[in-house]
Design a protein around this ligand. Structure first.
Ligand SMILES: [Zn+2]
Length: 447
């Protein structure tokens, strides 16, 4: 029997999990400091045509501001989490939800919704600061407070609309489906991911942006000529009003099969030449041809399957709940605590996924360079995008390991040239399939 005052006491496992989260925080800060220490005074000679000294210094100031922001926001979130956790917040919330005597599924949804809502409310001031102070200071922000507020409301409503059914299904399955609950949840999660991916281009993206078909002209003709040359089905090319929110540039594909569309941000169309835009689209086509999105989604689904299985094994152990000061076992608290238990593992899984993504980027670049026959157009597009998005051309290798989903710009240029000369040597031998290429979204710019 617990003594008074001991109800919310956190057990040894709780301290181990807290230590794991702290280690993750410290590793990220060490990586950031190392990254700032290798900054140079002048741009590398390869980039001298797109980064002058002034632009290079701007990129470094942008990096410095973002690193400092990471210290403050990550530190504040960790402190708030620890305060809530060790101050008995989880136990109090659990008790409050139980006292409401709701349907068990609704109880689960309310428990998680209160935590997610609290997290969103806490993150709001940080998002406002990042958009209207940091992005504004560096000339990226184009969003007005009205656009920002509307975006937040739409995102919140969308999260409720999409999140509540999934959450209800998971809680209901774990409450009723017995030993195979994890398998049913996995199937439900897979169906959910497929549905959202299908709905996103036609129902979700238009809620936030306008998409205009690209007007007929040289760019449109060259893009269609290129996609026909690689036998890539394409329904249309759209230009998205990205400049409504940000001055950063990008491009992406939406839809599947014959309904595939290319979306170019208006900022990209404004800044790049026709051959550079074809190269960017060729990079995206490389991702599609090599089925990178499919394999990445398959990998993420495999990871979700593993986690659900392990969760089904550990959810009945009281020790997990005691680690967070909660005395009663429940699906909802178990899910939240299991996620916190796994969070420090991101130190291992995150870099592994990023490494795979960088490999895919190189493959997409190779595809673009080979199928357009113009590697220099791709290189010059990448350089322009990196400079425009104030990317850091000389990151520390630890930072690349921890956060980079794309190889740093100089490495990409070297790889495109090296892969180009390697494939030129092979041209005597016919290849079974078309080569590959193209861009993705990255922290410092281009995809
Ligand atoms: Zn890419």
């Amino acid at each position: 029997m617990l003594q008074k005052g001991e109800e919310h006491r956190v057990n040894g496992l709780g301290y181990v999990i807290a230590a794991g989260l702290l280690v993750q925080f410290v590793v990220d800060r060490v990586v950031e400091v190392k990254n700032l220490r290798v900054l140079r005074y002048h741009p590398p000679p390869e980039l001298a045509d797109t980064y002058d000294d002034e632009r290079f210094r701007l990129a470094q100031r942008y990096l410095y501001d973002n690193s400092r922001f990471g210290w403050v926001s990550d530190g504040a979130f960790l402190l708030i989490l620890f305060g809530f956790w060790f101050g008995g917040g989880f136990a109090a919330l659990d008790g409050w939800v139980r006292s409401a005597a709701l349907h068990p599924v609704l109880e689960g949804v309310v428990f998680i919704a209160v935590l997610a809502g609290g997290w969103w409310a806490l993150s709001l001031p940080f998002q406002i600061f990042h958009t209207f102070v940091i992005e504004e200071r560096h000339g990226f922000n184009r969003a007005t407070p009205a656009i920002f507020a509307t975006d937040q409301i739409k995102t919140l409503l969308l999260s409720i609309l999409l999140g509540v059914p999934l959450l209800s299904a998971i809680v209901a399955i774990f409450l009723r489906a017995g030993a195979h609950a994890w398998l049913w949840c996995w199937i439900a999660a897979g169906l959910y991911v497929m549905t959202v991916q299908t709905l996103a281009p036609t129902w979700i993206l238009p809620l936030f942006n306008r998409f205009e078909p690209l007007v007929d002209g040289r760019l449109r003709r060259e893009l269609f000529r290129y996609v026909r040359s690689i036998r890539f089905p394409l329904e249309n090319v759209f230009v998205m009003d990205g400049s409504k929110r940000s001055d950063k540039s990008n491009a992406f594909f939406t839809g599947f099969g014959r309904r595939r569309r290319i979306v170019l941000l208006d900022t990209l169309v404004r800044d790049l030449s026709v051959s550079e835009l074809v190269a960017v689209v060729a990079h995206e086509a490389g991702h599609a041809k090599r089925r990178h999105l499919f394999w990445m989604t398959a990998l993420i689904m495999a990871r979700i399957g593993c986690w659900l299985f392990v969760f089904s094994l550990v959810m009945r152990y009281e020790v997990l709940y005691r680690a967070f000061g909660v005395a009663t076992i429940s699906v909802q608290a178990g899910l939240v605590f299991f996620c916190l238990l796994l969070a420090p593992l991101d130190l291992f899984t995150g870099p592994a996924i990023h490494a795979l993504s960088r490999r895919n980027e190189r493959e997409a670049d190779r595809f673009a360079a080979a199928t357009t026959g113009d590697p220099e157009a791709l290189i010059s597009a990448l350089k322009k995008l990196s400079s425009r998005n104030l990317g850091n051309p000389t990151p520390h290798p630890y930072m690349v390991w921890r956060r980079y989903s794309h190889p740093p710009i100089l490495e990409r240029i070297t790889n495109i040239r090296a892969d180009g000369s390697a494939s030129a040597r092979e041209t005597a031998e016919p290849r079974g399939a078309a080569p590959e290429a193209v861009p993705c979204r990255e922290r410092n710019g281009l995809e």
